[in-house]
Design a protein around this ligand. Structure first.
Ligand code: AKB
Length: 316
C-alpha cells in the first residue's frame, strides 16, 4: 500500500480529501500535514503533523522518514488574497511547488504528485464559454499567472525528469466542511452560511456573473480518479480542464430561496468582480471525461439541498 502525504490538510480541499484517501488507503498510510491545526477528524483519524512545505529540508526528511510514495500538494494563496499581497503569493505558490517537484525528482520512492491548477490560468483573451483545453492563456491575476507557470513547470519536470505530476484546473469549489478563504468563487460558499446565519447576504460579485463550479464530492472523486488512472490513459502531461456547472449568484440565491423563502441578497461588487470577468463562464471538460472518466454527479439543486442541510447541522 502506498504512503500518501497531503500538504494543506486543513484547507477546503485537503480536509475532505484526507478522509476519502484514508478510506481508500487505510488511515495509517495517509499523512495529513499543514502549517496550522486541522479539523479534529483529520488530526485524530490518522497521522497528522505540522509541516511547512516552504522548508525544503523539513520536507525531504519527512518524505524519507515516512517512505512517502504519493504527494498531494494543496497549499496555495487563492485569487483574491493573492491580489492583496502579490509578491508573497507568488513566492508561496511557486516556491512550494518547486520544493515538491525537486523532492519528487530526487526521491525515487515518490511515484506520483498531485498539484491543483485552476480556471484562473485563463484570461480576458480566452474564449469565455465552453473554454477549450488548449486555447489562448493570458491570465491577468497573480494567482492565475502562478498557476499557469506551475502548469508549465509540472510539464517540464514530467518531460525532463519523468516526475509523474497530475493536475486539474479546478473551477470554483463549493463545500460545507471548511469555509473557503480568499478566493473569487468563494461567494458560492459564503452565501449558504450567511443564508443560515443571517437570512441575508451581500454578494461581492454581480448577480449575473456566471462561473464554472463543482460540488466538493465531485471534485474529490475526480482528484482520486485522476491519480488512480493509468499514466498511459492520460493524453496530456499538464492540467485537465474541469467544468462542472456554470452558475450565477442569482441562480444560487433562487435555489436557496426554495428552502429559506425569506432569504435576501444584495450586490456590492468589489475587486473580485474584475477577476471573475476575466475567467471562463463555462469550461469544456470532455478530455477529462474521455481520458479517465470524469463524471459530475451533483447539479445546483441537489448540491444546494445538501449544503443547507449540512451547514444547518454544523451550526446547531
Ligand atoms: C479562487 O476563486 O481563487 C479559486 C479558484 C477558482 O481557483 N477557488
Amino acid at each position: 500500500m502506498d504512503n500518501i502525504l497531503v500538504i494543506g490538510a486543513a484547507g477546503q480541499i485537503g480536509s475532505e480529501l484526507v478522509i476519502e484517501l484514508r478510506k481508500a488507503y487505510g488511515s495509517e498510510h495517509v499523512f495529513a500535514t499543514d502549517v496550522k491545526q486541522a479539523p479534529p477528524d483529520i488530526m485524530e483519524g490518522g497521522p497528522f503533523q505540522i509541516l511547512d512545505v516552504m522548508d525544503d529540508k523539513q520536507l525531504i526528511h519527512f518524505i524519507i522518514r515516512h517512505k512517502i510514495n504519493q504527494i498531494y500538494h494543496l497549499a496555495a494563496v487563492l485569487s483574491g488574497n493573492a491580489e492583496k499581497l502579490p509578491t508573497q503569493a507568488w513566492k508561496i505558490n511557486m516556491e512550494s511547488l518547486m520544493n515538491i517537484l525537486e523532492v519528487a525528482k530526487m526521491v525515487e520512492e515518490v511515484k506520483k504528485v498531485f498539484w491543483p491548477s485552476s480556471i484562473a490560468v485563463f484570461g480576458p483573451t480566452t474564449p469565455r464559454t465552453d473554454t477549450p483545453q488548449l486555447t489562448v492563456m493570458e491570465p491577468v491575476t497573480v494567482y492565475g499567472i502562478s498557476k499557469l507557470a506551475g502548469e508549465r513547470w509540472c510539464d517540464y519536470y514530467f518531460n525532463k525528469f519523468g516526475v509523474d505530476v497530475r493536475s486539474l484546473r479546478y473551477p470554483g469549489l463549493i463545500s460545507y466542511k471548511t469555509e473557503a478563504g480568499g478566493g473569487t468563487s468563494d461567494y458560492a460558499v459564503e452565501i449558504f452560511y450567511q443564508a443560515i446565519r443571517n437570512g441575508s447576504y451581500e454578494c461581492f460579485l454581480n448577480k449575473d456573473t456566471a462561473l464554472p463550479m463543482l460540488f466538493m464530492p465531485d471534485a474529490i472523486a475526480a482528484t482520486v480518479k485522476l491519480m488512480e488512472a493509468s499514466r498511459s490513459d492520460l493524453s496530456i502531461s499538464c492540467a485537465y480542464n474541469l467544468g462542472g456547472m456554470s452558475i450565477t449568484p442569482d441562480q444560487v440565491y433562487r435555489e436557496i430561496r426554495k428552502e429559506i423563502p425569506g432569504f435576501n441578497i444584495t450586490y456590492r461588487p468589489d475587486f473580485r468582480q474584475e477577476i471573475a470577468d476575466t475567467w471562463p463562464q463555462s469550461v469544456d471538460d470532455s478530455l477529462a471525461r474521455k481520458d479517465w472518466g470524469f463524471k459530475q454527479n451533483y447539479d445546483l439543486e441537489r448540491m444546494s439541498r445538501i449544503m443547507l442541510k449540512e451547514i444547518q447541522n454544523k451550526l446547531k
